[in-house]
Design a protein around this ligand. Sequence first.
Ligand code: HPA
Length: 274
Amino acid sequence: MSETTERISKAREHIQTRMKIEPQIAIILGSGLGGLIDDVQIDAVFPYSEIPDFPISTVEGHAGQLALGTLADKAVVVMQGRFHYYEGYPMSSVIFPVRVMRALGAGTLVVTNAAGGLNPSFDPGDVMLITDHINTMGANPLIGSNDTAIGPRFPDLTRAYDPDLQGIVQSVAEREEIPLQQGVYVAWSGPSYETRAERRYLRLIGGDAVGMSTVPEVIAANHAGMKVIGLSAITNKATGDPDQQPDSHEEVVAMAKVAGEKLVRLVRNAIREM
Ligand code: HPA
């Protein structure tokens, strides 16, 4: 057993001593999207600080925790607060919780985030279904020795976001009359926002939305054989055009709440059908 697998097992065992239900679906709640937790019938909560080998949380204000329970008749494990690369965590720490949730039994990852709209047709408050991603973070979470007990050395990412799960989300959006954008998510290391020139560049290379998370977790989830579905709350216009307004974190958080209401409804109904 590699050192990584040992650490994953230790964290898994800690959780399983208090929690017998095996989660089918793992959910990562992005900033401003915490509202989904109100729909979860919670059985157990683990502050990150209590779980062996979990990174120490530096997250804004609240500490972050792992909640296990039931959502839409499915056993779920929910990350309230994630670890960002820009906070200074090594990539191995950013993805550690995903590996633990996989070890607990989750075969599906639902990942959410707040993102800027590179695509000029996107407005703050929109929800975007992630169809694919581009990694500009300059780092890959799988660099280093590979443990084949977790996944292959060279994992395939041609369908990093599961087409069937995308179909479910699209049909739920239609039925529930929730407007849904779709496109390519670009991972930007941050923490500074992009310059206007960088945003025009990210549009040119095929990006529709840009954010500072998600891609490491999605790579780790695919590596470990999970199916992934991703949704972005579009919080600001990020076109880099001459009318580009300055960015503010406060605006991002406020607009994530607006998009969050739609996103929560979408995820809750989609999970029922997974
Ligand atoms: N850029 C990067 N990350 C973000 C943005 C953005 O414009 N908005 C929300 N997260």
